[in-house]
Write a protein that binds this ligand. Structure first.
Ligand SMILES: NC(=O)c1ccc[n+]([C@@H]2O[C@H](COP(=O)([O-])OP(=O)(O)OC[C@H]3O[C@@H](n4cnc5c(N)ncnc54)[C@H](O)[C@@H]3O)[C@@H](O)[C@H]2O)c1
Length: 344
């Protein structure tokens, strides 16, 4: 790994340019060997394309079958889930659903009043549950949380990175500390918790990491730059980590699920702001219960991505490829909102 802290301590050394490398290689070859090399290259490319097409068939068949038959849900009875931000909103609903499946729950939150209440509701469902006060934006706090959870409830099998904040803040608003805080809670906390818990999952050959991103991970809405950047970041981090687990042969032991919800009626002040700036007239708003159900079901089916609503997924992933003017027109006319303008 490149030592990032050493960058700039010695002069930059540039790699040879592509052109000069190619000229060097060509100069060493006679005309005849160049033709043979080109032919070999062409043949190997044809063989590779044919191999790809043959191996593609069973993968396509699996996807087609998947459209009609949902994969079986796994059992999580007796496992332990850690839910960040589980005291309120979506996190609380996820905790309740996990407990209904017989899963023990550790809540990590700053709000101990509601956290204790949620834990009590979970215990009523017959599982072990406890709320731990932890600021997940701090790596030290996450390490302390790991120690406490393990000594009182055991090893974490399911990590649900749900806690997040949604300040309506542009690049030019808030102090540098405010911007850092949003990125620390919404993005860096995912690094800290995964770092703290995934090694145990790998050692025990059982684990699942769930990240609550947002539809905003695909929608560059103006005036919420820090939030959008954090959610794009979570999407990228989770996709990259999913690949890493695959290449290390761990993908059938440690699973990842990333969730992309639209607006939910959770925090009162957020909903009042959205209402004030007329976002809610045509934009759908979901109950956290519905989003929690889709999240937990997606996790139980080991789905990598959960889009709510599901039918929006193809549009959402293509959103950035639609020309800007068409996107803005659609938002103004179809959704009757001009978010950045209204927020001024
Ligand atoms: N509400 C929406 O419309 C919406 C839409 C899409 C995605 N999301 C995402 O869903 C997730 C849950 O959102 P919500 O609406 O339920 O939020 P919420 O504000 O209702 O609840 C968030 C919880 O996280 C806790 N929390 C915040 N910072 C913390 C920290 N540093 N350490 C520990 N706990 C902390 C809070 O105390 C709270 O209990 C977030 O990641 C959010 O970005 C929300």
């Amino acid at each position: 790994m490149e030592n990032v802290r050493d960058i700039g301590s010695s002069p930059y050394s540039a790699a040879p340019r592509g052109d000069s490398l190619r000229k060097l290689r060509n100069a060493e070859q006679s005309d005849q060997s160049k033709t043979i090399a080109n032919l070999k290259f062409f043949l190997s490319a044809v063989i590779d394309i044919l191999t790809f097409l043959v191996l593609l068939l069973p993968i396509l068949a699996k996807y087609v079958i998947g459209i009609f038959v949902s994969p079986k849900k796994k059992s999580i009875t007796g496992q332990l889930a850690l839910v960040t931000g589980g005291a309120n909103g979506l996190g609380r609903e996820i905790c309740l659903l996990l407990a209904q499946k017989g899963c023990h729950v550790a809540i990590a939150d700053l709000d101990m009043t509601n956290g204790e209440k949620t834990a009590e509701d979970l215990r009523q469902l017959g599982v072990k549950a406890k709320c731990f006060k932890a600021d997940i934006s701090s790596f030290d706090s996450v390490l302390g949380l790991k120690k406490e959870v393990e000594s009182s409830l055991g090893h974490v099998d399911i990590l649900v990175n749900n806690a997040g904040v949604l300040p309506l803040m542009s690049v030019r608003e808030g102090t540098p500390e405010d911007v850092k805080k949003v990125l620390e809670i919404n993005l860096l906390a995912h690094f800290w918790t995964v770092r703290a818990f995934v090694d145990g999952m790998i050692a025990r050959r059982r684990g699942h990491i769930v990240a609550v991103a947002s539809a905003a991970a695909f929608l560059p809405i103006g005036r919420v730059c820090a939030y959008i950047a954090s959610k794009y970041g979570v999407r990228g981090m989770m996709a990259s980590f999913h690949e890493e687990l695959f290449f290390e042969g761990l993908h059938n032991e440690v699973f990842t699920t990333t969730v992309y919800p639209y607006f939910m009626n959770t925090r009162q002040d957020l909903i009042s702001t959205l209402d004030k700036i007329k976002v809610l007239s045509r934009v759908p708003i979901f109950s956290p219960k519905k989003i929690a159900r889709a999240t937990v079901n997606g996790m139980l089916r080991n789905q990598q991505h959960v889009h709510i609503p599901r039918f929006m997924a193809p549009m959402l992933v293509q959103y950035e490829n639609i020309p800007c003017e068409i996107r803005r027109l659609a938002t103004r006319i179809l959704l009757r909102t001009d978010l950045p303008k209204l927020m001024n």
